[in-house]
Write a protein that binds this ligand. Structure first.
Ligand SMILES: [Zn+2]
Ligand SMILES: [Zn+2]
Length: 385
């Protein structure tokens, strides 16, 4: 524990010793949460039973949790049916409350984070390479999926007072980082950091960023911290000042053919964060020989086809990328601490979550909402999930 950073009081209801004994295989800490009970319910107060920490587990008192666009899609059932009740949230920062007997790398009071993953098979080639997000048997997401090592219980996310996670999937947050502004790094940050690292962006490179939302604003900040020159593509003239404020060296209005023509063959790598279907070919034309476009947003329907001729004539790569592995997420957090990179956030209370979702859908946030878990209700005596 760092001197001067007191451990906040636990938000969940601690179990008595007798309860702990008899619930080794049953419910653990009861904790307040905000979640959906159907695709139409919106977010409402719920009570979760977190498991009693097993030998390798870390129980965390959550302080802040970022609101990601995928939370909206998941709770509203827009990405296929989900089990309900569903507590979203995978940009989690908090302090260790207690640890299992085999945990010696985390202690009570440590500032830690949990991102989009809470487990994976740990054995396949991807997992052995530290690419747990690409686990060949399917990674275990932080919410809304079965957790095979825990009796196939459905995982429940960070809009809650506590969470219990295997130590292998817990990140260390460097002291001195702002816990609330760091939370979005655990999804938006790593999702943009990973392709930039994969492409080996270094000083002198030119990075293009398409879309200036939660992901896009992190891409600008991280690419700048890597020493790149940053070009933001936006369809709205109104975002020019905001892009410059974030550190963009140049803003290109993507709907102006002359501006796109002027940017032709000038960029090394493009991070495309737009989740709506859109034509990539105008962006591919702005890439230099050997350039790459990484698509990070998952559109709900097909997009106009990419022109093979564009790829062939300048040996371009068109790629996707999914979050990052645990080791790389830790590397990203350390990088952001070193370079003073954090998310621009608006803190929201539990009662404001549904409005915040509507504002996210409308693109009305600069750039990430973060839930302050101090505003959660008191958990009830009986768990909903
Ligand atoms: Zn996310
Ligand atoms: Zn695996």
């Amino acid at each position: 524990m760092t001197p001067g950073r007191p451990v906040p009081p636990p938000l969940g209801k601690p179990l008595t010793a007798a309860e702990t004994q008899e619930t080794r295989t049953g419910p653990g800490t009861l904790t307040a949460a905000m979640g959906a009970t159907s695709a139409e319910s919106g977010l409402r107060p719920l009570t979760l039973a977190r498991r009693v920490p097993k030998d390798d587990d870390v129980e965390i008192d959550i302080e802040f949790c970022g609101l990601c666009h995928s939370d909206v899609h998941a709770t509203r059932g827009e990405w296929g049916s989900r089990p309900y009740p569903l507590v979203p949230g995978h940009e989690i920062v908090g302090r260790v409350r207690r640890t299992g007997a085999a945990v010696d790398d985390f202690r009570a009071g440590d500032l830690v984070g949990v991102g989009c993953l809470v487990d994976s098979c740990r054995e396949c080639d991807s997992c052995l390479e530290g690419l747990e997000q690409y686990c060949e048997r399917g990674n275990v997401g932080t919410y809304g999926v079965k957790d095979p090592r825990n009796g196939n219980a459905i995982t429940q996310g960070g809009y809650s007072g506590t969470i219990v996670v295997d130590r292998r999937f817990v990140l260390r947050i460097p002291e001195g980082m702002d816990p609330a502004a760091t939370a979005p790094l655990l999804c938006a940050g790593i999702t943009t950091y990973s392709p930039l690292r994969y492409f080996d962006v270094e000083p002198g490179d030119v990075v293009g960023v398409v879309g200036l939302g939660g992901l896009g604003h992190m891409a600008v900040k991280i690419a700048k911290a890597m020493g790149a020159e940053v070009v933001v593509f936006t369809s709205s003239k109104g975002k020019t000042a905001a892009a410059t404020e974030l550190g963009a060296d140049q803003v290109v209005l993507s709907r102006e053919p002359s501006a796109m023509e002027a940017a032709k063959a000038s960029i090394d790598v493009i991070i495309d964060t737009v989740a709506a279907p859109h034509d990539l070919n105008p962006y591919l034309r702005t890439l230099r020989l050997g350039g790459a476009l990484f698509q990070l947003g998952l559109p709900p329907s097909d997009m106009p086809p990419v022109s093979p001729g564009l790829l062939i004539r300048r040996r371009l790569a068109y790629s996707g990328s999914l979050i990052g592995g645990i080791a790389e997420t830790q590397e990203m957090l350390d990088f952001c601490a070193e370079h003073g990179v954090a998310s621009d956030i608006e803190i929201v209370g539990a009662s404001g979550l549904n409005d915040a979702y509507d504002r996210m859908v409308a693109g009305d946030v600069k750039y990430r909402f973060v839930l302050d878990t101090k505003t959660l209700h008191t958990p009830s005596e009986k768990a909903d999930a």
